[in-house]
Design a protein around this ligand. Structure first.
Ligand SMILES: [Zn+2]
Length: 130
């Protein structure tokens, strides 16, 4: 018996549903029986997405859709910060935001929270023409 700890997967499940909706909308209408093979994603380090949870949730929500068995290719986006005082930009691994130059804490986050589909690859149509 498989028990899904629902609470732990809530976040990724919502994301998976969103991603599938976007991907389905992006499939050109003139393709018959489309099948998406690869989904290229960009996920920010601070988006708090657990990769194996996301692929697990995607497996569930893509069932019986053109995205069934889709392969995920995830590019991790570093967290980029800009100091509002001196405009220095840098990357961080942890959310400790203090300018290394002027030590100002008035900073803005440039990237690190995104969850987006950069592209997807459709399988070749199986039916031969003619
Ligand atoms: Zn600064």
């Amino acid at each position: 018996m498989i028990v899904i700890p629902e609470k732990n997967y809530m976040h990724e499940m919502g994301i998976a549903e969103q991603l599938v909706k976007i991907a389905l909308d992006a499939i050109p209408e003139d393709i018959e029986n489309p099948r998406v093979e690869i989904l290229n994603l960009r996920i920010g380090k601070l988006a708090s997405v657990v990769e194996h949870s996301l692929s697990f949730c995607l497996e569930i929500v893509t069932k019986d859709t053109p995205l069934e068995n889709v392969k995920l290719v995830i590019e991790e986006v570093p967290v980029k910060i800009r100091c509002l005082a001196c405009n220095k930009e840098w990357e961080v691994d942890t959310p400790m935001f203090k300018c290394p130059d002027c030590e100002d804490t008035e900073v803005t986050m440039l990237s690190g929270r995104e969850i987006e589909i950069t592209s997807m690859e459709l399988a070749d149509e199986e039916q031969a023409e003619g």
